[in-house]
Write a protein that binds this ligand. Structure first.
Ligand SMILES: Nc1ncnc2c1ncn2[C@@H]1O[C@H](COP(=O)(O)OP(=O)(O)OP(=O)(O)O)[C@@H](O)[C@H]1O
Ligand SMILES: [Zn+2]
Ligand SMILES: [Zn+2]
Length: 842
């Protein structure tokens, strides 16, 4: 047998499987998903086995054997290997990069596994187990704990049997990873094996060694194993004393693996399913029915803020678990607060694994193993949890599906939403995309599938491709959405108020202080200081060709468009009203905090922004403090806008709604609408009614007025018009190619070559080069133009944008073009980085 191996060299030239022979002693151990060390170009490199085949593609004599097996139980399953291939094709990244992102960082070195008998096997004295006839099993019985590497050596041909025993749970696998990270071992005290003998001995022994006797008695009375350190502390003695007792045989001390549980010792109050509201019930029923049918389907759960989406998730998960299938819950990194975790741990207890970036490598590794070994059935995590190594996925939930943090910004630049849909297909699982403000892409997909359903009744196969819309338009218990007031800051300026607080917001804050209620203040800091705006009339500089804001370059005093490269001199006076109050815009949270202290002496403010939340656990600390009403105001950037559910928050203030509106990004209006709607949704979620004050220079902009009226569909209608007119997603798709090099001249000429090669290839394939607005397929190559960040780490950067619609094979064309530009080493002369469906264009 031979193994097809993807070696861990992330270049285009090596991005294909290489064949290796499987040495006899590894036969049966090497599987799809195994990590191996293989000779490659004179070195031994790490790689993943992605296929096993009877024959090699190359001459058998040239075939080299696998040098090393890095873990005995493969870290990846065949379905994940397949998913990695899909990612590498869809996102134009090397296969190895996609494979590597699926395993925890801790698992990079060689793993050493030890197996022991499970409790059940230990108790089986009659020898009734399936495995009892096996010599290797007897060997483990004799030795208690055996390294898998040793079993492999001693019992050739036993691989399948041993793996099956691990699967069944007769054997327990414990892994330690050499070099990188040690599984934490602790010395644990156990009661003596022969209790009666020890009791007799203790009774006969003199009063000498009283402390040792006390330890022995303690273990006889409390036979639960306890760590050596903890026992010493409990008995106020030294570990030496207890070791002494062990030497006498009065108790025993063994090394055991300690699993890191970041939430250990924190009692999560158990919650019971709530009786669902009518709206929740309708949605739940449809989900439950599809779950029972084991059909793969995508639902878009469009529920307003406070409509009780989480309860629907929880009950859908419960249904999924009943069927012995597992559930993955993705939440934005920023929302992975204890509040969120608590809701899931509260309902499902220890069956919940948690994965987010603030865990240490060791903690993350332990959570991953908890999933792989079937000790967890639900994972709540940030985007990479979509790769959780569950065996039977039944349900994948993506909460706040519109969040851009589901897109990974470094390679592999995957979008967790699209990966989730693909993974669900593999498992016949369902996907629930939940949001109060769905992304236009998801909403358009759901509407398209609905109109398809309506127009061709019975054509279920085409309907399945889109998403099914599940609306929840009302808050639970008939609570109203908060009233939103818009304050025109131009009027404030005219009225002589130069402060960052309007008179209305000032008064509203004062009222909350008097009443002892709480306020959330949002400073929209995206796009801080990058665009030019007139403070008198609200004018902003736009690109004449692209319908997006121009970016201000302070050094050169030039305004530039990042899509088409258009540039112009920054104006001194407002071109619209001639005012001189034209300037680039932005305020920092620190300044707001100072201002608050000045205006409201004694006010207690918690500031949450990148500066105050870098420390581990700081997020949590601030939110707990706020929840305990130790502060009057929670002031922050985007991170205060999401997912929070505090009963005493009755006021939400938005200091400047516009900063994100004029970013040079076609999603600027969408992002602004989402942010305002989300933050407004923090107010009045419980008994006390809420109020929202939004300060803006653009009170008539549809993103702001729609948010004011909680009117998602008004926003979508208007926004879709713009997107259609400018041919932006969801009416087309984008691929962004960023080229970089130290030499500017080379970069420009390669950029032009790339663009012209792409155009030639498209023409040869007979694809139209421009959109004629009829919805037919086209591919348009924009650029090259300088990137928004034109130089980074002494490298110049240029970019090409590929706009396309329909099945044009854009990723393939791009791959072809890049390989045509590549030299004999398989690489193009300048670095090319590809971002498919880019979220951040800045
Ligand atoms: N069936 C129910 N009966 C009573 N209370 C409920 C019910 N369902 C949810 N709630 C409560 O309603 C509040 C809002 O629910 P939840 O936080 O799930 O809303 P959401 O839709 O996720 O909102 P957001 O999008 O703003 O996060 C919570 O306090 C929740 O406990
Ligand atoms: Zn003006
Ligand atoms: Zn432009």
């Amino acid at each position: 047998m031979i193994a097809r191996v993807i070696v861990d060299v992330p270049t285009r030239a090596t991005d294909r499987p290489f064949d290796y022979s499987i040495p006899a002693e590894m036969e049966g151990w090497v599987e799809i998903g195994s990590r191996v060390g293989v000779p490659f170009g004179g070195r031994v490199l790490q790689g993943f086995v992605i296929g096993i085949a009877p024959f090699a593609d190359i001459d058998v004599k040239r075939l080299k054997p696998i040098a090393e097996l890095l873990d005995h139980i493969p870290p990846l399953s065949p379905d994940l290997v397949e998913l990695a291939q899909w990612i590498s094709e869809k996102y134009c990244c090397p296969w190895t990069t996609a494979l590597q992102v699926m395993i925890p960082a801790a698992l990079k070195g060689k793993a050493d596994s030890v197996v022991t008998l499970s409790e059940e096997a230990l108790e089986d004295e009659a020898g009734l187990l399936l495995e009892d006839a096996e010599p290797w099993f007897q060997y483990i019985r004799q030795h208690g704990e055996v390294r898998l590497a040793l079993l492999q050596e001693r019992f050739p041909g036993a691989a399948a049997g041993i793996k099956a025993a691990i699967q069944r749970g007769t054997l327990l696998e414990e892994v330690s990873i050499r070099d990188r990270l040690k599984v934490r071992k602790v010395l644990t005290v156990f009661p003596p094996e022969n209790e009666a003998a020890v009791l007799a001995e203790l009774a006969a022994s003199s009063s000498r060694a009283a402390k040792q006797q006390e330890a022995a008695r303690y273990m006889l009375e409390n036979p639960e194993p306890i760590s050596l350190a903890a026992l010493a502390q409990a008995l106020s003695t030294t570990t030496g004393t207890i070791r002494g007792a062990a030497e006498k045989g009065w108790l025993s001390i063994r090394e055991t693996e300690q699993r890191r549980d970041p939430y250990a010792g924190r009692g999560f109050k158990r919650t019971e399913p709530l009786p669902l509201t009518e709206g929740q019930q309708a949605v739940y029923d449809e989900i439950a029915e599809t779950l029972d049918n084991e059909a793969s389907r995508v639902f878009l759960l469009h529920g307003v803020t406070g409509s009780g989406k989480t309860e629907v998730y929880l009950q859908a998960i419960a249904r999924c678990l009943e069927d012995e299938r597992q559930a993955i819950v993705l939440v934005p990194e920023i929302a992975l607060t204890p509040q969120m975790v608590e809701r899931f741990k509260g309902r499902f207890g220890d069956a919940v694994a948690v994965m987010h970036s603030r865990l240490s490598n060791g903690e993350r590794y332990d959570e991953w193993r908890k999933i792989r070994e079937g000790r967890a059935e639900v994972v709540v995590g940030a985007r990479s949890a979509v790769f959780a190594p569950f065996k039977r996925v039944g349900l994948i939930i993506i909460d706040e599906e519109h969040e851009s943090s589901y897109k990974q910004e470094e390679s592999p630049k995957y979008h967790a939403r699209d990966v989730a849909v693909q993974r669900a297909k593999q498992h016949h699982a369902i996907v629930i995309l939940g949001s109060a403000t769905p992304s236009l892409e998801s909403f358009a997909a759901a509407s398209a599938s609905r109109s398809q359903q309506e127009s061709q009744a019975g054509a279920s196969s085409s309907a399945k491709r889109g998403a099914t819309l599940l609306p929840m338009p009302e808050r639970v218990a008939g609570r109203p959405l908060p009233k939103v007031h818009l304050i025109d800051m131009r009027d404030e300026l005219k009225g002589g108020n130069r402060s960052m607080f309007s008179r209305q917001l000032h008064e509203a804050l004062l009222l909350r202080l008097e009443r002892g209620e709480q306020s959330v203040l949002l400073l929209n800091r995206r796009g801080y200081s990058t665009f030019v705006m007139c403070r008198s009339c609200g004018y902003t500089a736009q690109c004449p060709h692209c319908d997006i804001s121009l970016t201000y370059h302070q050094k050169s005093k030039v305004l530039r468009c990042h899509y088409c490269g258009h540039s112009e001199q920054a104006p001194e006076k407002c071109p619209s009203c001639e005012s001189e109050h034209i300037r680039f815009f932005g305020t920092g949270t620190q300044r707001v905090e100072e201002e608050l202290a000045k205006l409201f002496p004694g006010i207690r403010v918690i500031r949450m922004d990148v500066d105050t939340t870098t420390e581990k656990g700081s997020h949590e600390k601030w939110l707990t403090m706020f929840g305990d009403r130790q502060a009057d105001v929670l002031l922050g950037t985007q991170m205060v806008a999401k997912g929070l559910d505090f009963p005493y928050v009755t006021l939400v203030g938005v200091i400047a709604a516009d900063t994100s509106l004029h970013l040079p990004d076609f999603r600027a209006a969408e992002k602004t609408f989402q942010l305002l709607t989300q933050v407004a949704g923090r107010a009045g979620r419980h008994e006390l009614p809420g109020e929202v004050i939004v300060q803006t220079y653009n009170p008539e902009h549809y993103a702001i007025t729609s948010a004011q009226h909680h009117d998602y569909s008004a926003f979508v209608q208007e926004e879709l018009k713009h997107r259609r007119f400018m041919a932006y997603p969801p009416f087309c798709r984008l691929i962004l190619v960023t080229l970089s090099h130290e030499q500017l001249a080379l970069l420009i000429s390669e950029g032009e070559k790339l663009a012209s090669t792409l155009r030639d290839l498209a023409r040869a394939a007979g694809i139209k080069s421009s959109d004629d607005g009829d919805g037919s397929r086209f591919i348009d190559i924009l650029g090259p133009v300088a990137s928004p960040i034109p130089r980074m780490k002494d490298r110049y950067r240029f970019q090409c944008m590929i706009k396309y619609r329909g099945n044009v094979g854009a990723a393939d064309l791009l791959k072809q073009a890049i390989s045509l530009l590549s030299g004999s080493n398989g690489q193009p002369p300048v670095t090319m980085s590809v971002d498919v469906d880019p979220q951040v264009i800045l």
